[in-house]
Ligand binder design. Structure first.
Ligand code: RM4
Ligand code: MN
Length: 388
């Protein structure tokens, strides 16, 4: 039997990081639909993120994206966040939106462009120093569109060289997470396409380099929980960028497309010791709310992760181990499915009440009048989006 008090205690310490860019406008390459009340600056994004934390109690940090969240005084921004009740989480670098990066950033054939990209990554570490963030997230859109366009192996050399420079710049208690993605925007070859490539580079560099698993960055059918189990075992799972996908990198709300997959992932996290404040695994959301309202979209996503985590924690591990040991295929599968099929919503409602929160975060936020307030106040200026 699983101890429900222990499950609740574990859920109370959950830490899910929301991304600043989820609060801004986003869309597809066809259209960005602007929404009312969208933040005009990083401070307003932080204020919205603070709402998500206020109603869920488990989203205490916000990831920044540079230069989308560029400010003159990062220490002041961190203080501003603290006053709102949230902290600055991972610093996400951006070497994919400058004209110079047409043929790549750190893998570009021109050393001047590589230098520019590396300088940006080092600037992100400076921002970590100023904000107290301990995590740098590296995602490279680098790749090629046509066979023969560039030398695949030389690009790996350039990547390794850049990563080593950034790695050496990391201070005490700082780390970087290397993100992989199968394809897009490059359509023929991507320089960091999969976890194996990311893992190999991180392994060579040392303990401050770890892999981040963006759940939307795999080929359809990929067994993501296997990757999670493997990386955790090797001490190389740095965290997640959670989102859902049906086709490609859809960035839909986590747990919306395949809640069972999210449960399986969270089970491997729990099983592998990746859950809890000292695990070193960051649970971040990397999503875009193109058509749904943004703050409720984030609240729903946080709740989806909580539900999957609760179910994963409910798995009767002793019964599972016994069935596995006995070769009881159906029994073992039933133990897992029993946990997955448990309705954990009452348990989470109870937990929220114990935490002094409303048991229904979606309804509480809707009642709060915050949306009406920002819709009325945030008029004029330029709404934040991918580029501001
Ligand atoms: C990329 C990648 C990064 C995120 C950007 C916005 O696809 O997932 O993590 O920073 O999108
Ligand atoms: Mn991501």
């Amino acid at each position: 039997m699983t101890d429900l008090t222990a499950v609740k205690a574990a859920l109370r310490t959950q830490h899910i990081e929301t991304p600043s860019w989820a609060y801004g406008n986003s869309g597809t390459r066809f259209k960005v639909f602007a929404q009312k009340g969208v933040p005009r600056d990083p401070q307003e994004k932080l204020a919205d993120a603070a709402q998500v934390h206020a109603y869920t109690g488990v989203a205490p940090t916000v990831a920044l994206h540079i230069p989308w969240d560029k400010v003159d005084d990062y220490a002041a921004l961190a203080r501003y966040a603290r006053d709102l009740g949230v902290g600055i989480g991972a610093i996400n670098s951006n070497v994919f939106q400058d004209d110079d990066y047409k043929l790549g950033s750190v893998t570009h054939p021109d050393p001047a462009v590589r230098r520019k990209a590396i300088d940006h990554l080092l600037e992100c570490v400076d921002i970590m120093d100023l904000t107290g963030s301990d995590t740098l997230k590296l995602w490279f859109s680098d790749g090629t569109n046509y066979p023969g366009q560039d030398d695949i192996r030389a690009r790996q050399d350039r990547l390794a060289e850049a990563l080593a420079i950034v790695y050496d710049r990391l201070g005490e208690g700082q780390r970087f997470l290397l993100e992989y993605k199968l394809f897009e925007p490059a359509f023929y070859m991507t320089d960091v396409p999969d976890w194996g490539t990311a893992y190999a580079h991180c392994l060579k560099l040392g303990p401050k380099a770890q892999v981040v698993v963006d759940t939307g960055h795999h080929a359809p059918g990929t067994n993501i929980e296997f990757i999670v189990a493997f990386l955790l075992r090797e001490g190389k799972l740095g965290g997640f960028d959670f989102n859902s996908r049906f086709y490609a990198d859809d960035d839909l709300m986590v747990g919306s497309a395949d809640p069972f997959q999210l449960f399986r992932i969270m089970f491997e996290v729990v099983r592998g010791g990746g859950y809890g404040p000292d695990s070193g695994v960051a649970f971040m959301l990397d999503q875009c709310h193109n058509i749904e309202p943004k703050i409720p979209g984030q609240i729903r996503s946080v709740m989806n992760v909580q539900e999957a985590t609760a179910k994963a924690l409910l798995v009767d591990r002793d019964a599972l181990a016994a069935a596995q040991q006995a070769g009881d295929v159906l029994g073992a599968n039933a133990v897992l499915m029993d946990a997955y099929n448990t309705d954990v919503r009452p348990l989470l409602a109870e937990l929220r009440e114990e935490m002094g929160l409303d048991p229904d975060p979606m309804a509480a936020y809707a009642r709060s009048g915050y949306f009406e307030k920002i819709a009325a106040e945030r008029v004029g200026g330029t709404q934040a989006g991918w580029g501001a």
